[in-house]
Design a protein around this ligand. Structure first.
Ligand code: DON
Length: 620
């Protein structure tokens, strides 16, 4: 056999360590296995080297692990069959394809001359009869166009230009009388209608495409990657087409060895008489092996052994399921345990500690599908019994399939008017759940979307607190109700009232800049502000927020140094500002002004420290 395929280069990055070492050890252990016979019924195949032995694994992100002769070219043979089946599904649609060929395993050899006369079609596309019938569905107006388009399809799958081994093709065409018999029998019963020689020519060419283990692993990885070629990023097949291909590979891919294979390896796979086998680990990787000596059934002996060992050693059997539906809820807490970053008065904190259990937060993780979505909606229903609001944080959940969307949509419809408020956070515009939210394709309008869980908690705490405090507007209550001035007598409060200046800020306006001199502190009269620091990467991190009655910038009273954070108004805000110099001046006549404020400040800082400790305890 000859080939114009460029020299193959194996991946050699440091990431190759354990898996490459495993493959090399497996290769060396199985190389001495000298059982089996090279296929000779296609004369040109008999020249293959029985000790050419390669293994390749390609991941869904395109990383290639190889061992042995993974770059050695050989003809794809029957390993082409699932791919042409996928191409027919893509070109003609599933209904037309099912008219042409069935989906029942035969339990017979690949070249058996049995046809499904009841349905007037071959049994399945993995045996020769079915694959020949599928060849008739290849798109293109002329034999040349059909060949060119089919080759383009295979090139796209491999991510490089493949060629045809003309010697193998000629050998198959000249000796493939059994396939010829099958094609004429199918013509006789109307299973195909095109001239059999045209159909066979394309079928023999399809079987004579030169590939390497590396190519086959990458093609398998394309199937594992839901139809997108891992290296080129090209979308070649749809997930539904892949599902149909993998189903037939599972039931018929290994011919009359299919049952044993399913039992021991448990991966959809396909073999070819030139000695190739490829298997698909859906969502993870593709495996390919090349070793020409075949067993009685026509499967590569080393190829079967390699797949058995890899599947067993890495727990890859399709039914050894490790889906963790129980971890879908990463963490659950109540607003009594973890509060928002909003600084609160002592009285508010007491209310939140007592009543905050009515606000629940669920942090969801991983993909949402039937099983995990079921867990989530069951927990939501239980929480709905005793909560006034539930926040679902989707920060660590990036995917939801249609089944999960349906379940969540129905569960969500029960919230809002009848049940508790539902607030979802961290659902960006491209998230599949977005469709269910207000403004999305199926949005119910019952769910509130907020960018992050802290903001959601803050709003829900405000709602809860509004039922316990008459007003949150300091403009309408006296300075003496501010925690910082708690304990001061009327005379002191009067003195402070004479020292206050009031400022208005618009939403987003900066109140304090990190690094500026700290010579005044503020009390929020109405509105709210966020205190944030700049992280080393330049992003802003909100560390706290303040509302009416809360003070900020009080560190100025202690060290009078520089501001350590930025403060921005969240909404239109009125603030009372107290100059540190003025407070010190008042304290000359009334020293208790300063001592009381400092004492209250210590209490406030202690409360914040306790809160930070509680948060760490509850969130770790
Ligand atoms: O039809 C044939 O005989 C070959 N071109 C392909 C057969 C094949 O690879 C069977 N697989 N194990």
């Amino acid at each position: 056999m000859s080939s114009s395929i460029p020299a193959f280069e194996a991946g050699t990055s440091a990431a190759d360590g354990p898996i490459s070492r495993y493959l090399d050890a497996l290769h060396d252990r199985l190389l001495p296995l000298r059982d089996g016979e090279i296929a000779t019924y296609i004369p040109e195949l008999s020249t293959a080297d029985p000790d050419a032995f390669g293994i390749a694994i390609a991941t869904v992100d395109g990383h290639l692990y190889t061992s042995g002769a993974a770059g050695h070219p050989f003809t794809i043979q029957s390993m082409s069959k699932p791919f042409t089946y996928g191409y027919a599904l893509r070109s003609c649609g599933v209904a037309r394809v099912l008219e042409q060929v069935g989906v029942e395993p035969t339990g017979e050899a690949f070249n058996s001359i049995i046809l499904d006369n009841v349905n007037n079609r071959p049994f399945n596309p993995m045996v020769n009869a079915g694959a020949i019938a599928v060849s008739e569905l290849m798109p293109g107006d002329t034999p040349e166009a059909r060949l060119a388009m089919m080759m383009d399809f295979f090139n796209d799958l491999a991510g490089r230009r493949l060629d045809i081994d003309e010697a193998v093709f000629a050998s198959e065409r000249d000796t493939g009388h059994r396939n010829r018999a099958i094609a004429y029998m199918m013509l006789n019963s109307g299973m195909i209608t095109s001239p059999p020689e045209d159909v066979l020519e394309l079928y023999f060419k399809q079987c004579s495409i030169n590939v390497t283990c590396a190519d086959m692993a990458m093609m398998a990885a394309t199937l594992a990657n839901h139809g997108t070629q891992p290296v080129t990023g090209r979308k070649i097949l749809d997930p539904d087409q892949i599902r149909d291909m993998l189903t037939l590979m599972s039931t018929c891919g290994m011919y009359d060895y299919a049952g044993q294979w399913a039992y021991e390896v448990g991966l959809p796979a396909k073999s070819g008489v030139a000695g190739g086998i490829f298997a698909v680990i859906p969502g993870q990787a593709g495996i390919a092996v090349y070793s020409p000596p075949l067993d009685q059934v026509g499967n590569s002996i080393r190829g079967v052994a390699v797949c058995k060992e890899i599947s067993r050693d890495f727990g890859l059997h399709a039914f050894s399921d490790r889906t963790m539906v129980q971890t879908v809820i990463r963490r659950e807490y109540r607003a009594s345990e973890v509060r928002s970053k909003r600084l609160r008065s002592v009285a508010e904190i007491a209310v939140l500690a007592r009543e905050g259990h009515r606000i629940a937060v669920l942090e969801v993780q991983g993909a949402l599908f039937f099983g995990s979505a079921e867990r989530l909606i069951r927990r939501l229903a239980a929480l709905a019994e005793d909560c006034m609001a539930i926040v679902i944080d989707f920060k660590r959940c990036s995917d939801a399939d249609p089944a999960a969307l349906r379940l969540i949509e129905e569960a969500v419809a029960r919230f809002g008017e009848a049940g508790p408020d539902l607030v979802v956070t961290h659902v960006p515009g491209d998230h599949p759940l977005r469709a269910l939210l207000p403004g999305g394709a199926r949005g119910t309008g019952r769910v509130l979307t907020l960018p992050d869980t802290d903001t959601a908690l803050e709003e829900l705490e405000n709602d809860l607190l509004s039922g316990f405090f008459e007003t949150d507007d300091l403009a309408r209550f006296a300075l003496k109700r501010i925690d910082l001035f708690h304990g001061l007598d009327e005379g002191c409060i009067k003195a402070l009232e004479g020292a206050v200046s009031s400022f208005q800020f618009s939403a987003g306006q900066q109140v304090i800049r990190e690094g500026d001199d700290a010579n005044a502190f503020f009390v929020v009269a109405s509105g709210a502000a966020s205190i944030s620091v700049t992280l080393p990467g330049g992003q802003r991190k909100r560390v706290a927020s303040v509302g009416p009655g809360q003070s900020f910038g009080e560190m100025a009273l202690i060290d009078g140094g520089k501001r350590t954070a930025d403060v921005h108004a969240d909404s239109a805000m009125i603030c009372y500002a107290f100059s540190v110099d003025r407070i010190r001046e008042i304290a000359k006549a009334r020293p208790e002004v300063l001592t009381t404020i400092l004492q209250n400040l210590v209490i406030s800082l202690t409360t914040r420290l306790r809160m930070a400790n509680d948060e760490i305890r509850n969130l770790v």
